[in-house]
Write a protein that binds this ligand. Sequence first.
Ligand code: P6P
Length: 338
Amino acid sequence: TDFEAPPTDLITLTRHILKQQQELGERASGDLTMLLVGIQVTSKYIASNVRKARLINLVGLAGAENVQGEDQKKLDVLSNDIMVNALRASGKVSVMVSEEIDEAIIVKGSKGTYCVVFDPLDGSSNIDAGVNVGTIFGVYKVEEGKQGTVENVLRPGKEMVAAGYTMYGSSCNLVLTTGQGVDGFTLDEALGEFILTHPDIRIPDRGKIYSFNEGNSLHFYPPTLKYLESIKYPANGKPYSARYIGSMVADVHRTLLYGGIFGYPDDKKSKDGKLRMLYEAFPMAFLTEQAGGLATTGTQRILDVIPTNIHGRCPVFLGSKNDVEDVMKFYAEYDGEK
Ligand code: P6P
């Protein structure tokens, strides 16, 4: 018969995380598992709100009143509140940094041993147009014997123990690394479970797509301009294709799956670029490297950069190994004005 029996050995995100914990044996306390399960719940809740945003008038500017006359919450404010409350409730977190909040949140009296940095709804300026948006998060472990303070998050991205994003689009995809490769999950809304659909994501060594906002070309430094020239007018007569969604989670997700390069360079207008280190550049660089790609500022590995400010920015070029190496060559040759 052509009836296909439903799968009976579903690997849910929870099962996947538990398996990784079991593989770590005694070394794993289970705290990271509980933390990631908590983050998973926030992604499901944000997904349901993004999905119905227009229907329940959740898009648009904060401060306006909705039909019930309540203070309307912009979707990213709502997403932020969901994450802060869930992370606090997990009891595993001592420090939080959110793109939506100026100061770091030190969780009073927490015995939590993790610090979570996150952008609750990255790309939300696109949401009114129905473009994919996402949650990006990174996790540091509080160093032995230290109290949770802001210093615990002013650390290079290479010290993160986990990172991931959830993309809210035609389907809801959660992509995660705990330093043992990258795995992608798709939300089955009927089950309310993230199901493993993209095990062990590996980015191709070279792609055919470049993803830059070329509207900033007027301000680009020569290495960026020369690199773009080299793939738009290549000697082999086969230019790259341009794809730019303007929502980092969507542009990085496509880059991880299809290969190629995503860039948000520093330029004369934005001396450090636009993307934030802690909760945009570091998590995406961690994921990219874990998938076999590279992530550079142009002159140094992104994961080696040490932030001095929790909302500090850095230039980003990430994606297929060979494509990112091409960019680095143009930067290495350049000794001009920066
Ligand atoms: P631009 C969205 O606002 C965001 O922070 C990232 O998600 C995205 O990659 C970038 O900014 C887009 O910036 O200047 O190209 O609109």
